[in-house]
Design a protein around this ligand. Sequence first.
Ligand code: NAD
Length: 370
Amino acid sequence: MNLDLTILPGDGIGPEVTGQAVRVLQTVADAFGHSFQLQRKNIGGAALAASEDPLPPDSLQACISSSAVLLGAVGNPAFDHYPNHLRPEAGLLRLRRELGAYANLRPAICFPALVECSPLRPELIRGVDIMFVRELLGGLYFGEPRSIEGEPGWRVAINTMRYHEPAIERIACVAFALAEKRRRKVLSVDKANVLECSRLWREVVTRTAKDYPSVKLSHMYVDSASMALVQRPRDFDVVLTENMFGDILSDQAGGVVGSLGLLASASIGGPVGLYEPVHGSAPDIAGQGIANPLGAILSAAMLLRHSFQLEREAACIENSVGAVLAQGYRTADLASAGQKKLTTSEMGSIVVEAVKKSAEAVSTAKERSA
Ligand code: NAD
């Protein structure tokens, strides 16, 4: 298979972590006999510095014409005073919309070796395996009108939460289809006691559930869900929710399983999938070579699974990450007192070696069975 990708390293630690993810992808491609073509383009602050546009036309065109996009992170405090449409984050929001990527999948998994990294007690966190399905193109982040108006001292800020029935139905279908391959449970999170958007959300999700009779649907208000996520995270399986609630809850889950640096995501639904770690550009540690690249590497695994249906290759990366963690390798964000702290590229190299070993084992097993 030809893996033709656009890489958008972005800002801060983005180039550091995507560099390691690309090494891992190249190793998997070599080991499993795929060809690998990539082009690197600017987005976010890096693009603003070069062209005064957070998503320049040639970056967008490259993304649209490739089979999948791997992004690092966007965000640079130097542009925080820029108007909304010229901030680095505007480039990412526009890219998601242009790619039609309405379904954001965010797994939050507690790796057995990292039970001690969670702020929760081991008996609460062991075995946690949650899949957040977040609606990505609606709600407050995109709704119009939006503005800050009026005289200083009397200004009014406006954002609009808006949801159309078809947008709710299509994201619900993604959640139910995923649940069919997991524990057959969907929890839909809303704020139906207060918000009209949530009332419509609940009605449409309930109606859509009838097409998936093997899946059990339940509902929870977002405030209760946020509390339950720390009290009994193991009860959660597929969590279906709108854009902003999903943004917040999935980061909270990152804290629950140990480190934001581990979390991967896939934004799918349109013709080209977009894959990125959940974390941001982490300006506080950028340039130091200490960022955890595993979220980006696990995003590359999601890319192989969802854009190329290469399940075996995706599992090879995920198993290699699990093995590396089980052997005690840690970046600074995961290391406890006395543990050696690997740099970003050292962690990348160790995963590359583990992927080679795992791929060899797969091909030996295949030869034996042939
Ligand atoms: P952040 O995720 O960048 O960082 C939060 C904390 O987690 C920081 O202490 C950081 O050092 C740490 N961290 C994050 N990723 C890590 C990794 N891979 N390894 C080790 N530690 C890691 O969030 P923030 O500080 O709120 O935002 C910084 C910038 O990133 C802002 O400009 C924000 O808008 C942007 N942002 C972008 C995205 C995205 O590109 N999808 C997501 C969130 C935030």
